[in-house]
Design a protein around this ligand. Structure first.
Ligand code: DQQ
Length: 534
């Protein structure tokens, strides 16, 4: 049978058609979640950018509204680019965003809700003073590298602070502005932070995390039990990096912890496709939630043919790991409302070289959670000290390369006979002084018979000790996207895939083990209902 639109998602956020990119200004107001996003009303490629707007009561089902912010003033006449919302004391939301002015300079603008009694915040008013921040001769700001204001935070001196992404030569940095009234903004002498060779910082994000558990913190919070996170989306590589560190609000500088670096060997929210992300504090459930844009991996021609491009990731709760050295992410619990028809995988042994089909779920739209247990580590391959790049290692040792311990994991969006599959799997290596190194891979190389797609393989090292902890893997599968969460959310990989055979009811799901050693598996899988989205 024929499926008309095989790549549209069942529960990932997307509009009915056209191009989308960055999530903008997520917030909760009067119990309603708001998501704005970069949108081209006129086509499936980037351009004509406005802030499209949808709302939700559960982060799962979404109602569309008219565009909230669109070109209407000289200070944004050539585009309304990314920005963030701040909830002012008393509960009034405001939005700071980047506008493109008639000279194609990037400037920062303010908008506020026209009618605060409308919980849907459908109409936004721009202040006549816009732009509130602009590049000038005096401030030396580069007019084409000045964008994406963050949520603002309030200091003990009653001044608001906000950062804006920028670069000079190849040094990326976060320009800091301060204001007493949110209208008059003064640029600080020093950036909040900068890093050489990182290029333009797009969509910076800066927020506190608690060292005492999973609860989120209001963006203005600080104190002894608080660390700070700085994230930048690097334009050069279209990768995001974050550091964890200390924010001195008196000096207004942020210092990453030792060993916390912002590029190459640094920490990433997601080691696959995930960009221009942004967090917000969900005051109704005391959690911090991360939204990110997942771009297509198909050709522009195919995007134009299908009439749309881009989706938003499932919102993730985000918090500081017990180690204090990395963040942990997990799909918001609300997504589990979509679960139906679950199957339990009885605890069993996956023999070396075997494949086991998971039956009884709609494999093209599913939630799978599996745990792997290893009892004998003798066969683990020795890690060569030069194997430092996990992505490269995953593409050299893809799913079809037999190993000692691993590859074992899931074959998702797989066709009967395995002409097509996406493999999400582990490999375990023996590293220094009897420590084991866990590699997580998402291998797209066999995901589609269509050769026009980008099938890059992704990889990450997972900071879990397999001697003492079981290895878990959860994948959210949704027709053309696979979001995988390893080690209870310590490493995430998102991939876009476009099967030509493994479509809809012809998609299958397998657990596999191509290593020589057996592994024990247990777990569950659920069909997911289709959410009501736009
Ligand atoms: N997307 C926006 C910019 C931002 C970029 C333009 C990141 O504001 O820097 O659509 O994807």
């Amino acid at each position: 049978h024929q499926v008309k639109e095989p790549y549209r998602t069942g529960y990932h956020f997307q509009p009915p058609k056209n191009w989308i990119n960055d999530p903008n200004g997520p917030l909760i107001y009067k119990g309603i979640y708001h998501l704005f996003y970069q949108y081209n009303p006129k086509g499936a490629v980037w351009g004509n950018i406005v802030w499209a707007h949808s709302t939700s009561t559960d982060l799962v089902n979404w109602t569309p509204h008219d565009a909230a912010i669109y070109p209407s003033q000289p200070s944004d006449i050539n585009g309304c680019w990314s920005g963030s919302a701040t909830i002012l004391p008393g509960g009034k939301p405001v939005i700071l965003y980047t506008g493109i002015n008639p000279q194609n300079q990037q400037v920062q603008n303010l908008a506020y809700p026209k009618n605060l009694s409308d919980p849907y915040l459908r109409e936004w008013t721009k202040v006549p003073q816009n732009p509130l921040m602009a590049p000038t001769q005096a401030n030396q700001i580069n007019a084409s590298s000045f964008r994406d204001p963050t949520t603002a935070w309030l200091g003990p001196d009653k001044r608001w602070r906000v950062i804006i992404g920028s670069k000079r030569d190849q040094t990326g940095f976060a320009i800091l502005y301060r204001s007493k009234d949110f209208l008059n903004w003064v640029k600080a002498k020093h950036p909040l932070h900068s890093a050489k060779k990182t290029g333009m910082w797009e969509c910076p994000d800066f927020y506190p995390v608690s060292i005492k558990g999973q609860n989120g913190l209001h963006t203005s919070e600080n104190g002894p039990d608080v660390k700070h996170v700085l994230k930048a989306s690097l334009d050069n590589t279209k990768r995001e990096y974050y550091t964890i560190g200390t924010y001195n609000i008196h000096k207004d500088i942020y210092i990453p912890d030792k060993g916390s670096v912002e590029s190459d060997a640094g920490l990433r929210y997601d080691y696959g496709k995930f960009y221009a992300s942004k967090t917000f504090f969900d005051s109704s459930k005391n959690r911090r939630i991360l939204w990110g844009w997942i771009n297509e991996s198909s050709s522009v021609e195919d995007d134009i043919k299908k009439g749309w491009s881009g989706i938003q990731a499932i919102p993730r709760k985000i918090w500081l790991d017990k180690s204090g050295k990395q963040l942990v992410q997990w799909p918001v619990a609300e997504i589990e409302k979509l679960r139906e028809k679950g199957v339990k995988l009885p605890s069993s042994v996956l023999k070396g070289g075997s494949v086991h089909e998971v039956l009884g779920v709609t494999a093209a739209q599913a939630d799978v959670a599996i745990t792997f247990e290893i009892s004998d580590f003798k066969k683990a391959e020795v890690l060569d000290p030069s194997w430092t790049d996990p992505q490269l290692l995953c593409s050299q040792k893809n799913a079809s390369v037999k190993g000692g311990l691993g590859p074992f994991g899931l074959l998702v969006l797989a066709s009967k006979g395995l002409k097509e599959y996406t493999a999400v799997f582990y490999r375990i290596f023996k590293g220094h002084n009897n420590k084991y190194v866990v590699l997580l891979c998402s291998d797209q190389s066999r995901s589609s018979l269509n050769q026009d797609n980008d099938k890059t393989t992704y990889g990450a090292f997972l900071k879990v000790d397999p001697l003492h902890e079981k290895l878990s893997l959860r994948s959210l599968i949704d027709h053309s996207v696979v979001e995988s969460f390893a080690g209870q959310g310590k490493a995430c990989i998102t991939a876009r895939v476009y099967p030509t055979l493994a479509i809809d009811v012809d998609a299958h799901l397998y657990a596999f083990n191509y290593g020589t050693d057996d592994v024990k598996i247990t777990g569950s899988a659920w069909s997911l209902k289709t959410a009501e989205i736009n």
